[in-house]
Design a protein around this ligand. Sequence first.
Ligand code: API
Length: 277
Amino acid sequence: MKLPFSKMHGIGNDFVMVDCRQRAFPLNEEQIRAIADRHMGVGFDQLISIEPPRDASCAFYYGIWNADGTPSGQCGNGVRCVAAWLHRAGELAIGDMVRLESPSGPVTVRLSGPTEVTVDMGVPILAPEHIPFRADGQADRYSMDVGGDVLEIGALSMGNPHAVLEVTDLQAPSLYRVGPMLTSHERFPDGANAGFVQKIDRGQLRLRVHERGSGWTLACGTGACAAMAVLRLRDEVDEKVQVTLPGGTLTIEWAGPGQTLWMTGPATFVFEGEWLG
Ligand SMILES: N[C@H](CCC[C@H](N)C(=O)O)C(=O)O
């Protein structure tokens, strides 16, 4: 197969973008994993397809797959790259607001420059059964046994499930043990992206994320949204927060429950290629 693709990243969370506007999505799980291989393939954290919309109120649909071939419902850094990709393809003008359809429903994007994108990520989902997360009821903190340690986590969905743990030291070696255990914890029936967040002040957070299906990444957009929302629910941060991940910084704005959450950040082109698989 000769598969043209674009390589992009959003603050270091990297993507292979596949144009499916005129053709059906051509890859099976095994091929996705082959392209994800950083030595024998191209390498990516997520592969993203750009397709005609299924919901007529949206301009395009985008599909999301992790490096291990599993699908996801949402990708915050990815949707900014979809918007910049559509601009480069002549489908989206700077300043336009357009609805895009993700596997978990519509989001609205606005390009403020060719590679600077603001996204209305929708309303964070807090009800445990819709995350999905096993709990007796909705709470700002859930006690969880993770490998023998009891941790207090926040849980929510941004269209994909997130566990958020507030820490005082993002360099602590224990995070590397806890991350994978949280990602595949039995209380998250579909798994979870595990975020470790350190509060600097009411307007600044630092974050590292161990992603379901992709491992440790340089950035996770929905993880930044989830971390901010969890701390906002505990009134630890203001409505507008800078979230700094290993690969860069995003701005997250959220008033509170029931309101939509906004994410702003860059989307970067790296190269165009053709996969010969
Ligand atoms: N990196 C992405 C999230 C990918 C989602 C994925 N790992 C999952 O939910 O399985 C982001 O910027 O939001």
